[in-house]
Design a protein around this ligand. Structure first.
Ligand SMILES: [Zn+2]
Length: 148
């Protein structure tokens, strides 16, 4: 982990930014990693509803969504590249690979909403849609952290 990428209003991390190369030399393409248990659960519910096929179809057939999703992929790669350069991490094994199925498919909603949380609204169209959809279950502006 390099930094906390997004926090709940209570201060707990919602998503973290991870190194392109983990200790031991393991390449790790999922630079924006979702850590909030509430957000993970909400994304899993949407995935269980079979929404990935609908989102993938949207990316395939809606020109605006497609363009924005491809841009999200480029944002992701640029973001990681900057970290890799700063830390001296080798990106050889993950070059061109972003996360969540980008740029042509929707495979992991956790990865996409992690990007939306770290980079903010507008960075990833599908991540934004999923966050909107799960608002009753998870909302970055509303603390629902379980009391321990
Ligand atoms: Zn909280």
């Amino acid at each position: 982990m390099v930094a906390v990428g997004a926090r709940c209003s209570c201060g707990r991390p919602l998503a973290v930014v991870t190194r392109p190369l983990l200790p031991g030399g393991v390449p790790f393409p999922t630079t924006c990693y979702l850590t909030s248990p509430e957000a993970v659960k909400a994304a899993s519910h949407v995935e269980a509803d079979g929404a990935m096929r609908d989102y993938t179809e949207l990316v395939e057939h809606d020109e605006d969504v497609k363009a924005a999703y491809e841009q999200a992929h480029r944002y992701y790669l640029a973001f990681r590249h900057e970290i890799a350069v700063k830390l001296g991490d080798d990106e050889e094994h993950i070059e061109g690979t972003s996360a969540g199925g980008m740029p042509v498919r929707v495979k992991c909603l956790h990865a996409l909403i992690a990007q939306s949380l770290v980079m903010g609204p507008g960075a990833n169209p599908i991540g934004d849609m999923v966050l909107e959809r799960v608002r009753d279950e998870f909302d970055p502006s509303v603390c629902r952290c379980s009391v321990e």
